[in-house]
Design a protein around this ligand. Structure first.
Ligand SMILES: Cc1ncc(COP(=O)(O)O)c(C=O)c1O
Length: 391
């Protein structure tokens, strides 16, 4: 890789063969060979080097998915990156690869709610037990470790509450007890945090968010180290959880500007956070105030912050909270985030209420804001006018 991956992202994946600055989209179910001997040769190469881009059938990928995997592997600084049709597919693949009936897993309490459903409910049917730990009290992690514990699953920061955890401490607990580790790093992406370098065995990013950046494609990536590679490789082949070439192309295209967009998201989010942090009606859930534990934990591990933040609003008048959110003009209402545009969600308890350690009083409400690439002064003005409704 060139010295800076900002340069790498711009110059990678040129196609001198077809003479286009971007590689073609190679769509294939059947991959054609000149002879049976050639098929066998390719299969032998794939066996010898499973990450070398040798395929004999479209389900294993084409040159388009291979290029994306190569770029992401460099970005993550890891052994290999698997790409999946959705970010949640990558969450499933990570857990499914390393757990078996009778195992236990310990999961961060504020995980993305589908991850909670997968671990707590669905895996239970396969005799895999899930215990949740409190991200701000790692004793709840340590004391729940048993001989059956296979995996610690972290999401940083916590979904909706944006709790930043002591990742180094979690890793040292895992190491001491010989337990595998996975992290959902969608918020930071490897632009701001490189989990495999830090010591995690697996790292997930929903490519639907900042990688693609334009809210028009779904995908996921699962970065792994050498230790877990074979397990994930086998699981990937068995499940057929593979990203298609059109989506891979769009994600590769989005990656060209990942650094530019994330730098701007960070800049904009900081300006909006500075405005929001002065308001006494709520607590800003974003690594902004230097004297907070959250800020310290973020600063310890991350080189930057993305555009997703939360507000913990104290109000006895829930309708005024709804009115505040509904009065935003520049923020769209919708799921997902990481695209170019600003979004807002008033989180009802459907998403958060089942948590074991949720620290939310009856008169406290969570609002999630994704700060997009608009002019931050316009966003601030919009929030300012909407806040008039908050009582
Ligand atoms: C933190 C986090 N992880 C994983 C996912 C799942 O990604 P996808 O929607 O691409 O399946 C999401 C989606 O919102 C998310 O917010």
């Amino acid at each position: 890789m060139s010295k800076s991956f900002k340069t790498f992202l711009k110059h990678t994946a040129k196609d001198f063969h077809n003479q286009s600055v971007n590689p073609p989209v190679v769509r294939a179910s059947t991959i054609i060979f000149k002879s049976m001997r050639d098929i066998r040769k390719t299969q032998a190469k794939a066996k010898k080097n499973p990450i070398g881009g040798h395929y004999d059938y479209g389900r294993q990928g084409t040159s388009t998915t291979y290029i994306l995997q190569k770029i992401l592997t460099k970005l993550e600084e890891c052994h290999h990156v698997f790409t999946t049709p959705t970010g949640f597919g990558a969450v499933f693949l990570a857990i499914f690869s390393v757990t078996r009936p009778g195992d236990e897993i310990i999961v961060a309490d504020p995980v993305y709610s589908p991850t909670r459903l997968l671990t707590e409910k669905f895996l239970k049917e396969f005799d895999i037990k899930t215990i949740f730990y409190n991200p701000s009290d790692l004793k709840t992690l340590e004391k729940n470790i048993t001989k059956k514990t296979k995996l610690i699953f972290v999401e940083n920061p916590g979904s909706n509450t944006f709790d930043f955890q002591d990742l180094g401490k979690i890793l040292s607990i895992a190491k001491k007890n010989k337990i595998l580790t996975a992290i959902d790093n969608t918020w930071g992406t490897p632009y701001f945090l490189k989990p495999i370098k830090l010591g995690f065995d697996m790292s997930i990013v929903s490519a639907t968010k900042y990688y693609s950046g334009h809210s028009d494609v779904m995908g996921g990536s699962l970065a792994v180290n050498k230790k877990v590679f074979a397990k994930v490789y086998n699981a990937e082949r068995i499940t057929g959880l593979r990203l298609g070439p059109d989506d891979a192309y769009l994600i590769t295209r989005g990656l060209r500007t990942l650094d530019v967009r994330l730098d701007r998201h960070r800049e904009n989010a900081n300006k909006v956070a500075a405005f929001l942090s002065r308001n006494k009606k709520f607590k800003l859930l974003y690594p902004f105030k230097k004297d907070s534990v959250n800020f310290r934990m973020w600063k310890k591990y991350y080189s930057g912050a993305s555009g997703l933040m939360g507000l913990k609003i104290k109000s006895k008048n829930i309708n005024s909270v709804r009115k505040f959110v509904n009065s935003l003009n520049l923020f769209g209402y919708g799921y997902s985030w990481g695209g170019f545009e600003s979004l807002a969600l008033h989180q009802e308890f459907r998403e958060t209420g089942k948590r074991k350690y949720l620290n939310l009083a009856k008169d406290e409400h969570l609002v999630r804001l994704h700060i997009g690439l608009e002019d931050p002064n316009d966003l601030i003005a919009d929030i300012k006018q909407a806040l008039k409704h908050l009582k």
